[in-house]
Ligand binder design. Structure first.
Ligand SMILES: Cc1cc2nc3c(=O)[nH]c(=O)nc-3n(C[C@H](O)[C@H](O)[C@H](O)COP(=O)(O)OP(=O)(O)OC[C@H]3O[C@@H](n4cnc5c(N)ncnc54)[C@H](O)[C@@H]3O)c2cc1C
Length: 450
């Protein structure tokens, strides 16, 4: 069935919103293609009708980057594993596949992502498009793990690209903010399935920050969580168990896994949510409640499949800003952030986290060409104070920081352009791929200066 303007009939809900509910769009014409061919037909019809078209993933960005204006291409049914090259350890997934589904389907074939973010509800194409990352100084973001892409351009044309085939299109689209083309399928360089040993500790903050570079270099995957006002932090060290015989690295007994799941459900999900509600009702109790929250994160060790250890659930809604700074500037940047938050007596409601990642070639990855330290600051949605993020923005900019494309920030093209050596190359590829600017929305225009 097609509508009068040649577009397939609407196949999705007309309302779009972000995970944190800070961005919405009502009554938007929505299509839900299930195949690459349907996607291409939809794009060709939208181009013929001259409609501004935005492709959306799982809505897990904390800004209006994905916000549709005239037409939304919802990729939630463009899902599944298409092809596996077991010997070359490569797999091709449709663009809308949620990371959790991708990780499970890869595991069933004996494969795994090298590294993953801390939640797995994003679509693989949406995650790539903002250079979503995990932690580990030797590991790149998801966009760095991609080796080939199938794109549908604004005209509806289907094209392939990789490091060797149309390499400029590939480098632009790997973190392409949804403005170069729609990613229909993604080929990922995987590795054999592996297990991770996870060790979590409470540690004194000051020596931890003083030795942060060494701690990050000496662990496969390292992250820390810290609540403003506290003089200790919670560390999470993940070690890869590739080379151990599998009987030495088996996930704990059923009972141990049950205890861990209860620990996750009660202490790490229900308790922070309840404390946030209590803090809202009794602000004077906040320092005591935060101490209780820190104590609940006790030391523990466990082993499990990599994707189950990389990610944790996020039961409480929050707003987030995240910045990438040169790794060597991370301790100093952290101390400045600490000063601002303590000066403002900021009650974030959730701990901030610190992670790291390897340099990348991807043109608009915030980790482009440098070892990167990431600082993520979250605010519980009920106590959202934009001034706190604004004050932090100055600190990050003073330390050569680049904002995460999926996070909150106030930068526009004139500030972003000098941060990226390939900015003009990116704009040239975008202009060639979509000369009429059909894939842009107001947010993307502001970010790119178009
Ligand atoms: C609870 C939570 C935890 C998070 N944890 C992390 C983390 O650990 N590390 C990290 O780096 N980030 C993290 N993020 C941020 C998140 O990973 C990114 O914002 C990601 O881009 C969201 O993916 P999505 O599928 O929801 O895409 P959306 O938010 O829907 O879209 C993001 C961008 O991708 C584009 N896009 C979507 N699909 C396509 C497609 N098929 N082709 C081309 N472009 C497309 C959109 O147009 C838009 O520009 C987290 C977010 C949340 C809410």
């Amino acid at each position: 069935m097609t509508a009068e303007d040649g577009l397939p009939s609407e196949t999705g809900p007309a309302t779009w919103s972000t995970w944190d509910r800070s961005g919405t769009a009502e009554d938007v014409r929505t299509l839900r293609p299930q195949t690459v061919e349907q996607l291409s037909e939809a794009m060709a019809a939208a181009a013929a009708a001259g409609l501004s078209t935005r492709v959306t993933g799982a809505g897990h960005s904390f800004n209006l980057l994905a916000q549709p204006q005239e037409l939304r291409l919802d990729t939630s049914e463009l899902v599944g594993l298409q092809e596996v090259d077991r010997q070359g350890r490569r797999a091709t997934l449709l663009g809308g596949t949620p990371l959790i589904q991708a990780a499970r389907e890869l595991d069933a074939c004996g494969l795994a992502f090298s590294n993953l973010p801390d939640t797995l509800h994003q679509s693989i194409a949406g995650a790539i498009s903002t250079a979503t990352h995990g932690t580990g100084a030797g590991f790149q973001s998801l966009s760095g793990q991609v080796v080939a892409l199938t794109l549908v351009l604004a005209s509806g044309e289907i094209v392939e690209c990789s490091l060797t085939q149309r390499p400029e299109l590939f480098q632009a689209t790997r973190a392409g903010l949804g403005v170069v083309g729609v990613i229909a399928a993604v080929t990922v360089q995987c590795e054999d399935s592996f297990r991770l040993h996870s060790a979590e500790f409470n540690e004194s903050l000051e020596p931890l920050i003083a030795g942060l570079g060494e701690r990050m270099a000496s662990a496969d995957h390292f992250e820390l969580y810290w609540n403003p006002g506290s003089d200790s932090a919670h560390t999470h060290i993940m070690s890869r168990l590739h080379r151990l015989p599998s009987e030495w690295s088996a996930p704990g007994s059923r009972m141990a896994q049950g205890v861990r799941r209860s620990d996750d459900a009660v202490l790490r999900r229900a308790l922070p949510a309840a404390l946030n509600r209590l803090a809202g009702a009794a602000p004077r109790a906040i320092p005591g409640l935060r101490r209780l929250d820190s104590l609940s994160l006790s030391s523990r060790r466990y082993t499990d499949l990599s994707y189950k250890v990389f990610a944790s659930s996020r039961p409480v809604k929050f707003l987030q800003t995240e910045w990438a700074v040169p790794l060597e500037q991370l301790p100093e940047t952290f101390r400045e952030v600490q000063k601002v938050l303590e000066r403002e007596q900021a009650d974030l409601g959730l701990p901030l986290s610190v992670r790291c990642s390897a340099p990348e070639e991807t043109w608009l990855s915030p980790a482009h060409a440098r070892y990167t330290g990431w600082i993520t600051v979250r605010q519980f949605w009920r106590r959202w104070r934009p001034e706190t993020f604004e004050a932090l923005e100055e600190v990050f900019l003073a330390h050569d920081g680049r904002p995460h494309w999926g996070g909150r920030h106030n930068l526009q093209a004139e500030q972003l352009r000098p941060m990226y050596a390939h900015w003009d190359d990116f704009l040239a590829v975008r202009e060639q791929a979509d000369p009429r600017g059909l894939l842009l929305n107001d947010t993307a225009r502001g970010l790119l200066g178009l």
